[in-house]
Design a protein around this ligand. Structure first.
Ligand code: DHB
Ligand code: FE
Length: 283
């Protein structure tokens, strides 16, 4: 049967993608950002997932204010890098897993989570930057990737609790898929960041690190954090962190923290990174 064995959580700052694409990874500003992923690259190369379910948000690249799905699952065979104004990033096309994605759709919708199903969409920095951080610059991404886009751009976003429970529904769905597949789920975005207005540049290290502790040890408590607390404490874009609750819900209650990294600044944000493995997973 298929099994989600681990989660990877990380920021998806577009400037990180640009720094990589322009060969700036050794520059003093960017070196500490990429250093935080040295362990992670080796960890995922050893783990060799067959499929990544990648929870991210679209930043008005595939969707606009015309259509705002709360949860959109990519059921297509491929997803091209989006043109975000500077041309598409020079990264491989993402190959999906339509069979597993439609199985997840059926299971999760019958479990009463009404997903939007998307057969055709381009994927922006929210999805491609985490792939770069974890896999570098391969000819082709080394596994299938199922995109799951969450609306955290236009109010009202889903609650953290809804995201956490969606993660649990995804776990049930994957475990009911008959083929032996090793699946890793990514939660992306965050941590503290406010990109505009008077509070631009807001960083709350204490809150961010407490969130990382809760995510590992007491996710039920993290799931109860209300929308307004994310925005007040971590900035308007800090709400992206609810996506880390989807990935956490998809794991067992007890997990091993394999890697944690926190660094400021990356663009106007705090970069957070957390890898969790199910306690029952023997590697
Ligand atoms: C920026 C954009 C993002 O989507 C994000 O999550 C973090 C930073 C930016 O433009 O700097
Ligand atoms: Fe973002």
């Amino acid at each position: 049967m298929a099994k989600i064995v681990a989660s990877v959580n990380c920021s998806h700052v577009p400037a990180i993608g640009a720094a990589w694409d322009l060969g700036k990874t050794e520059q003093p500003y960017w070196q500490p950002v990429f250093k935080g992923f040295d362990y992670s690259k080796k960890w995922i190369a050893d783990l060799k997932p067959d499929v990544v379910i990648l929870v991210y948000n679209d930043h008005a690249s595939a969707f606009s204010l015309e259509v705002i799905p709360t949860f959109a699952l990519g059921t297509g065979a491929e997803f091209k890098p989006a043109d975000e104004g500077w041309g598409p990033r020079p990264v491989p096309t993402v190959h999906g897993h339509p069979k597993l994605a439609s199985h997840i759709a059926q299971s999760v919708i019958l479990d009463e989570f009404d997903l939007t199903l998307v057969n055709k969409m381009d994927v922006d920095h929210g999805l491609t930057v985490p792939l770069t951080l974890m896999f570098g610059q391969p000819e082709a991404w080394p596994c299938k990737v199922i995109p799951l886009a969450v609306n955290v751009v236009q109010y009202p976003p889903p609650t953290g609790n809804r995201c956490y429970n969606l993660g649990k529904a995804i776990r049930r769905a994957v475990e009911a898929y008959p083929e032996d597949l090793r699946v890793v789920i990514f939660g992306t975005g965050g941590m503290s960041h406010q990109l505009q207005g008077k509070r631009a540049g807001l960083i709350n290290k204490e809150w961010d690190n407490n969130f990382l502790d809760l995510l590992t040890h007491d996710p039920g408590k993290a799931a109860k954090i209300p929308f307004i607390e994310y925005v007040r404490e971590t900035g308007s874009e800090g709400i992206e962190m609810v996506m880390w609750l989807v990935s956490r819900g998809a794991l067992e209650d007890k997990v091993r923290e394999k890697h944690r990294y926190y660094h400021v600044p990356a663009s106007n944000t705090a970069l957070g990174h957390l890898i969790l493995e199910n306690e029952s997973f023997k590697g």
